[in-house]
Design a protein around this ligand. Structure first.
Ligand SMILES: Nc1ncnc2c1ncn2[C@@H]1O[C@H](COP(=O)(O)OP(=O)(O)OP(=O)(O)O)[C@@H](O)[C@H]1O
Length: 268
């Protein structure tokens, strides 16, 4: 069996590489601007990787490469052992929810379920499941413009989960939300990731958010971004009291270490 046949077989059978990400010597340029690279990075199945770095260091570019929205100028990107395909490889959540505001929550989710190829007879059950996962039970009939920014971002997360991809990519999804809503959503995403065993790559500016969410943190240098720090996070990941965790000395030390690394990497 060739390596590509093996990769295909693994994807079909939900193999060991499902949702795993591999970047080999990846550089990306926009015209004359080198945005990132070279970056070598392997994200095993089930890991929650947070990419942190100063503005413009290439975090979004890396995420776009993993999603397949861009092809690398040099090097290779593989997801689940194969080339990423935009729209199919991963569920993606952006900084703003990008929903259809005049449609209902149901309408927005149905579009995603249709695109994901879910049989129409299963939509009601799947919709209820997705809304329960993001804490939005009973909101199906509400129009998007009627619900809060935090609720809209929850719908965007539910939509990204509609296809049940083994990889979820989030690009500063909570940046536009107030502090309390942001903390609540962080807690929900952390819990969801721990339950699902899905691979997650999350982009943020915030050392605090990175330490709270990640099982591993990669800090990038300033543009063109390369890996400045690769740090496993050993904080407990099961059912935890979020406030206790955020207040623990270990959390404080990790946050300080990451914040310091981001500052030095941006200045280097
Ligand atoms: N479509 C594009 N065309 C030209 N240059 C781009 C494009 N997208 C990004 N860049 C440049 O590539 C570099 C990396 O941008 P990118 O958006 O990936 O960084 P980022 O770390 O996500 O930034 P931020 O945190 O501010 O969102 C920057 O210099 C940016 O100006």
């Amino acid at each position: 069996m060739s390596s590509s046949e093996l990769a295909e077989a693994q994807v079909e059978s939900g193999g060991a590489e499902d949702g795993a990400v591999r970047l080999d010597h990846v550089t990306h340029r926009y015209g004359a601007v080198t945005a990132v690279g070279p970056v070598d990075l392997t994200v095993p199945t089930g890991e929650f990787l947070v990419l942190v770095g100063a503005s413009g260091c290439g975090k979004s570019t890396l995420l776009r490469l993993i999603a397949g929205f861009e092809r690398p100028s040099e090097g290779t990107v593989q997801v689940s052992g194969t080339d990423p395909r935009p729209g199919d490889t991963a569920g993606v959540v952006f900084q703003t929810p990008r929903l259809f505001p005049w449609r209902t929550v149901r309408g927005n989710l149905d579009l995603a379920l249709r695109y994901a190829g879910v049989e129409r007879a299963r939509w009601p059950e799947r919709r209820a499941e997705l809304l329960a996962r993001v804490g939005l039970e009973g909101t199906e009939a509400r129009r998007v413009w009627e619900i809060s920014g935090g609720q809209q971002q929850r719908v965007a997360i539910a939509r990204a989960l509609a296809a049940d991809n083994p990889l979820l990519l989030l690009d500063e999804p909570f940046a536009a939300l107030d502090a309390l809503t942001r903390e609540r959503l962080q807690e929900d995403v952390r819990r969801m990731a721990a339950q699902a065993g899905r691979t997650t790559v999350f982009v943020t500016h915030s050392a605090e958010e990175a330490v709270f969410l990640g099982s591993r943190i990669v800090v990038l240098t300033r543009s063109p971004g390369t890996v400045a720090l690769d740090l496993p996070i050993t904080l407990p990941r099961g059912e935890v009291d979020a406030e206790e965790l955020r207040g623990s000395p270990e959390f404080g030390e990790l946050r300080a270490e990451v914040a310091h690394a981001v500052k030095s990497a941006a200045a280097a």
